[in-house]
Design a protein. Structure first.
Length: 231
């Protein structure tokens, strides 16, 4: 691919309106229609954190995997809702599993129909017909909005990590909602050692931690009792 082709591809992904996507570009990616993600790499302006020269791109293609959360639902959700942390290394299928879990809970595949709200900050949750999806807002803000206006029984959020996000999750527990969230980690020990994740466990509202193996995606390695991992 030539430099001109790379530049034209970038402009096409921005729909020829780069300024409209400045916030995403600063984070190093563009979300494309359908939940696909275009990762960006290049020279960054130190003052504005904006990419000024795109040198390479990585396209991650989203797809629906209807069996991704089947084992999880059969194991943990057959008797009703619970709160879970889905943990795993990059590309282990955390987002795919949460997406299928949201679909199954909202479409009645876990025994009954539930009111499910999904906080979709990066627009990575397409294919959901029966969920309330808040797209493009911050996670903490989205959690609070969903609690105020949608009365969810189950709330799902990808890649939790900041103190503000955990504060919002604690509000959701106080409001009576169960939660399923994902975090980046490759072992249970790492989960216990990282301070933001320690606080997630210390809410004592999560019943289970589901650890995924790196390959193949969406493969459950171990399911832990969250209380056993709490530092």
């Amino acid at each position: 691919m030539t430099a001109a082709e790379l530049h034209d591809t970038f402009l096409c992904a921005c729909r020829w309106s780069v300024h409209s996507f400045e916030a995403q570009i600063r984070d190093g990616f563009l979300t494309l229609p359908g939940g696909h993600r275009l990762g960006l790499c290049g020279q960054t302006d130190a003052a504005t954190r904006t990419l000024t020269c795109i040198t390479s791109m990585n396209l991650r293609i989203a797809r629906q995997v209807n069996a991704a959360a089947k084992t999880l639902c059969n194991t943990l959700f057959s008797r009703g809702l619970c709160s879970v942390i889905v943990a795993g290394p990059p590309v282990s299928g955390k987002t795919t599993m949460l997406r299928d879990l949201a679909r199954r809970l909202s479409e009645g595949e876990c025994g009954r129909y539930y009111r499910v709200s999904v906080i979709d900050t990066r627009q990575e949750f397409p294919f959901l017909s029966y969920c309330d999806v808040l797209t493009g807002c911050g996670k903490a803000e989205g959690i609070r909005k969903a609690l105020r206006v949608m009365s969810p029984q189950m709330l799902l959020c990808d890649e939790i990590g900041t103190a503000e996000e955990i504060d919002a999750l604690e509000q959701s527990f106080s409001a009576g909602a169960q939660c399923a969230v994902s975090v980046h980690t490759d072992t249970a020990e790492t989960l216990r050692q990282r301070k933001p994740l320690q606080r997630l466990l210390q809410t004592r509202q999560f019943q289970h931690v589901v650890l995924l193996q790196s390959s193949p995606p969406c493969t459950i390695k171990t399911i832990y009792d969250a209380r056993e991992l709490c530092p």
